[in-house]
Write a protein that binds this ligand. Structure first.
Ligand code: SF4
Ligand code: FES
Length: 240
């Protein structure tokens, strides 16, 4: 079968504004969107820019908007869009475009980094590793799957209204260490989350949860942290 791909094109170094270019590709229904992109690049237009690495939903580098929904190009098949005569590919919303489907991830990663996404344990280091029981590990089991693809942040309607909102992915990483039994900064982490642009701007749109390719219950995790702040911080939270 033949499928048309309408692809966002923009090179800020030479283009005054973005445009769309359409490519027709002979495809199999079981082919991934990433396979189609590669064929367009290799066979039709070598100037097309996009990121990819693992091609198996592990590295998180090919997040983009496919027919209006943020997703990984390597996890979506042509047959997922069998009702369409054309598949539109655009960069993740909210992010600055570097070229075509490639976006600038610096600010996104800096937001994750602001949540201290690493263990800060109390006390001297043990002789061997810091152990965690299976029960304690279970508390983090869902969020630990994050691959930093940024689909959630691109899909979040609050990011469009309030660009200072730290965003869902950064909060997933905050949750991952807040509930790590080996960490010693529970109180400090809660204080950080309570800052005005961290957990509180989330308005429960659930868009992040809908698009996460790893099935992470993002909105639920953010709500759990809001309740935790209300329980533990004397002022009762809400960014005060
Ligand atoms: Fe991607 Fe899900 Fe992690 Fe967001 S939470 S960056 S959608 S894997
Ligand atoms: Fe690695 Fe898609 S290319 S997640």
């Amino acid at each position: 079968m033949e499928m048309r791909f309408k692809i966002f094109r923009y090179d800020p170094a030479v283009d005054s504004e973005p445009s769309y270019r359409t490519y027709t590709v002979s495809v199999q229904p079981q082919e991934r969107i990433l396979d189609c992109l590669n064929r367009i690049k290799w066979e039709q237009d070598g100037s097309l820019a996009f990121r990819m690495s693992c091609a198996h939903g592990v590295c998180g580098s090919d997040g983009m908007r496919i027919n209006g929904v943020c997703a990984l190009a390597c996890q979506k098949l042509v047959r997922d869009y069998a009702d369409s005569t054309e598949i539109t590919l655009e960069p993740l919303p909210f992010f600055r475009v570097l070229k075509d489907l490639m976006v600038d991830m610096e600010d996104f990663l800096a937001r994750v980094d602001a949540m201290r996404p690493y263990l800060v344990p109390d006390g001297p280091p043990p002789e061997k590793e810091r152990l965690q029981s299976p029960e304690d590990h279970k508390k983090q089991e869902d969020v630990i799957r994050c691959i930093l693809c940024a689909c959630c942040t691109g899909a979040c309607p609050v990011m469009q209204e309030n660009p200072d909102y730290i965003g869902p992915a950064a909060l997933v990483w905050a949750y991952r260490f807040l509930y790590d039994s080996r960490d010693g900064r529970f109180g400090e982490r809660l204080e950080k989350l309570n800052e005005p642009n961290n957990v509180w701007p989330c308005e429960n749109y659930f868009e992040c949860t809908r698009v996460c390719p790893k099935g992470i219950p993002i909105t639920k995790s953010i709500n759990t942290m809001k309740r935790e702040i209300k329980k533990h911080l004397p002022a009762g939270g809400e960014g005060k």
